[in-house]
Design a protein around this ligand. Sequence first.
Ligand code: RUQ
Ligand code: CUA
Length: 656
Amino acid sequence: MKHIFKLTIAVISVCAAFTSCNNSGKSDKKSGALAGNVAEKVYVAPGEHDEFYAFISGGFSGQLSVYGLPSGRLFKVIPVFSQDAEKAYGYNEETKPMLNTSHGFVPWDDSHHPDISQSNGVIDGRWVFINGNNTPRIAKIDLSVFETTEIIEIPNSAGNHSSSFVTENTEYVVAGTRFSIPVPQRDMAIKDYKGNFKGALTFISVDPEHGHMDIKFQLIMPGFDYDLSHPGRGKSHGWFFFSTYNTEEASTLMEVNASQNDKDFIAAVNWKKIEDYVNNGGGTMMPANYTHNVYDDRTHAATSTMKKEVLTVNPLDVPGAVFLMPTPKSPHGCDVDPTGEYIVGSGKLSANLTVHSFTKMLNAIENEEFSGDAYGIPIINFESSLAGVVEQPGLGPLHTEFDDKGNAYTTFFISSEVVKWKVGTWEVVDRQPCYYSVGHLMIPGGNSQKPFGKYVVAMNKITKDRYLPTGPEVTQSAQLYDISGDKMELLLDFPTVGEPHYAAGCPADLIKPRSRKIFNLEDNAHPYAAKSEADTKVVRDGNIVHIYMTTIRSHFSPDNIEGIKVGDKVYFHITNLEQDYDVPHGASIIGANTSEILIMPGQTETFVWEPKQEGVWPFYCTDFCSALHQEMQGYVRVSAANANTPLKWSLGEDIE
Ligand code: RUQ
Ligand code: CUA
């Protein structure tokens, strides 16, 4: 076996070498002159496991995808903000409440920045958080089940983009508004934006044990665009940093009008100070409407609660808590190094990368080295907090991550490359092209005190010729580089789901041992669960019919039902009695205006069917569960609305 593997690698290597020599000058550039042992570095043999999990945002798919590294294999698309027919998320009765908002049922969003929970500044693999941009929400995915278990809507926010990043002990997950808006929302002239619109930065507390989210406070900032954010860590723990653009406060033709100022700001927020202020009764309760949706894995169902107020804080009421650090030219990324000393601002239109020093910032605050204020918030002298500048590293800097050896890696959208530089000396030490137009990048643990290094994943906006064409719409893509040596080495391209924005990664061993295999049937507290075939029944209440049904290889119980009428609303509550790993059953019926449902062992799920036509209608299992999966089927007899067919059900015998 091993012998065959080596041989295969050898053949691949020879081919690779041959191809790159043979086509030198032509496809050489495209293949990046891959070295001979590259295939070996990403090859995970059948049946073996990857070393890292990578959680890659699904962008406009609204979901979160789970990949293995280094193989680039896709394991699961976790539905978060969008309905997913494959898993019945947002279709079955149990998960519909997850997508409730103050705007009603919103089954789509644009998800950008996953971040894994941390303890003591180190990734702990318990939860991953991700933001919905469009209808501002933060979701929490429980990594023991790889399912979305909580979504909280963010009031007073729009284009929830500088989100969702966690503090060092997951005290907070933070969400900043990209677009400033009237706070509270009201009918007013758009031209009166300046001075009147506000930007809310929201600190959502996370219960250390259960992970329950709750908005602790919202900081109501001047009407800039808050683009990205990162927590302080180590020495800067207790602070949070937000990049801003449109400090011009323009409201039209932004590409011109929001690019006027030579410098915008990185806002530095001392959240510990504000937390103290709030804990001592500070802040103002403001009426608001936002939903808090929680999935309970005992009832296997979600509830949605409408919250009615939110605690707001005016930065001027907490002196010493908020400062602005001038940062050239509409910074996008705002990244903090593992020591917490350096804050990197990526001015999209700047030739250089600006790095601020946390220590210098504190000194400047202490000595009041200010150059003015914005709406009363002190602006620190540019030079006073400046740690250094990476000179002319590339064009269009966006985001920076860090390895475990004191290096930073920044993406450049326009020059389409990842550039490696040394933290502290600011010298560029390596660069590698990306195919093409890279946005974010991710190093496992690269957004924590303890990066795991080894790989960087670049997430590209454009792929053009990199894959087989699929019509006008082509896939977006990630690229994997080995960063264990002095030079980055391109290893692999792999397609992604939707537009990959940010990603978060960690060693698989942090998550694998805690992965649930089944749900205990005894613990099932679903109000319509049938925990054995003896408990199955059909109950009519007016034109509402509840079917308490079970599945086990390879039948439904009951599988014959009569006495349903046109105009009924029929709820199929199906409990999967299996208690074995990886034995789900599915269920669906003709004409049902919902997806199939996919029921995990020990779980109950529900779909609604409103039969429109008389007849005898089959239902069946949609998940190939056993050798007799095809036999896993049943019939529902539907009579006219005014018929008096008696309500009866059976399994294994005829209905008389
Ligand atoms: S964005 S490509 Cu994080 Cu939404 Cu920068
Ligand atoms: Cu159950 Cu197929």
